[in-house]
Design a binder for this molecule. Structure first.
Ligand SMILES: [Zn+2]
Length: 368
């Protein structure tokens, strides 16, 4: 059985902890503050250990549609836009290659992603063709296109990732709940949508909400409905995520890289950009970095229905050292040159680390 020995400082909710972790066959087999004797075949990795990152909102199919990006969201990713033209007209083999390119970009340091898969049944098939065992775990969230049976789509996916608040969503919500799967929806991106209608659907995650009001955010916060925000994707169309204000209302926030056509699928870049958003609105230093890390690691999901479902798949989002037998959704990042990083560990990860610093990414398994 292949084994990996991870040694170094683990980033936990209580700060960095010195630790040694043995991973065998993708699961944790030993955890100790003392040295662990490696076997002759054991690969060793030393550095900063963290629970791998969680990309909470992607559309991975449109990587090969990249080019000069029109300035308006509506010309690119809304129905009829450049991205949908690409998805409809591109041969199947190219679509698979496009998905593969996104997975390669996303992979280092990331344990799982929620992919809001377009094109119904065909979109799920393309995703399955592109997946390999070296990828993050992908939770495909599907949507219904004419000719597809919603129940069939639900059986073949992790749930629904609905594009907007229109159509007969009550029925989809009902069958998703009965199946115990994820119901997620985009809302209030370029303009405000009806928050009461949104909440009546009891979504497990809402995407964007940047055009919501303070009272919309408060309602979502009270109901512990998490919101995935995508600061670089919004910035690509001239929009700004009011991150400080959303944090101030107690929203449970997570980060996503969104459409491949809009920005590189790179959670390290996403964290850095989000940190600058907080910094330029007055939240500074390590305090801002920790808030961003909590959004990027899945830690914020602990008390949500979505967090419970993700945990049921064996992914640990506790922010604590792992237990024996758990899936190894851990990454190791190269130690920085300066030991001063220990004074501000979250800043180091969020502001200064990049995917090229990732030495090891544990691969629990993937969902297909
Ligand atoms: Zn989206």
């Amino acid at each position: 059985m292949n084994s990996d020995l991870l040694s170094g400082h683990m980033i936990t909710g209580d700060g960095p902890v010195r630790i040694n972790i043995l991973v065998e066959g993708g699961r944790i087999s030993q955890v100790s503050g003392d040295e662990i004797e490696p076997g002759p075949e054991t690969a060793r990795y030393e550095g900063i250990i963290l629970q791998s990152l969680a990309d909470m909102h992607t559309h991975m199919g449109d990587n090969l549609a990249r080019g000069d990006l029109p300035p308006n969201l509506s010309d690119v990713v809304l129905p009829g836009g450049m991205k949908h033209e690409f998805l409809e007209r591109t041969p199947r083999s190219q679509l698979t290659r496009s998905m593969r390119s996104s997975l390669d970009e996303l992979g280092p340091g990331v344990s799982f992603t929620l992919d809001y898969r377009e094109s119904g049944s065909k979109g799920l098939e393309v995703l399955n063709e592109a997946l390999s065992f070296s990828d993050p775990m992908v939770f495909p969230l599907t949507r219904v296109v004419p000719g597809d049976d919603p129940k069939d789509l639900l059986e073949r996916s992790a749930g629904f990732g609905i594009p907007s608040l229109s159509g007969d969503l009550d029925h989809l919500r009902e069958i998703t709940g009965k199946a115990g799967k994820i119901f997620s929806i985009h809302a209030s991106e370029t303009y405000r949508e009806d928050a009461e209608a949104l909440i009546s659907l009891q979504p497990d995650q809402v995407v964007h909400m940047i055009s919501g009001t303070i009272s919309d955010w408060r309602m979502l916060a009270e109901l512990k409905i998490p919101v995935a925000v995508c600061p670089r994707s919004n910035a690509a169309y001239g929009m700004r995520v009011p991150l400080k204000e959303m944090v101030a209302e107690g929203l449970i926030l997570n980060l996503g890289t969104d459409n491949a056509i809009s920005s590189r699928q790179d959670m390290f870049r996403e964290m850095e950009h989000a940190w600058y958003l907080l910094r330029t609105s007055g939240i500074t230093g390590e305090n801002a970095a920790r808030k961003i890390f909590e959004m990027a690691s899945g830690w914020n999901l602990k008390e949500t229905s979505l967090g419970r479902m993700i945990t049921e798949y064996g992914i640990d989002i506790s922010g604590e050292p792992p237990g024996i037998g758990q899936l190894a959704n851990l990454s190791v990042i190269r130690y920085p040159a300066s030991e001063k990083w220990l004074d501000a560990p979250f800043s180091h990860i969020v502001r200064f680390a990049s995917r090229s610093d990732v030495l090891y990414t544990g691969r629990p398994r993937y969902m297909a």
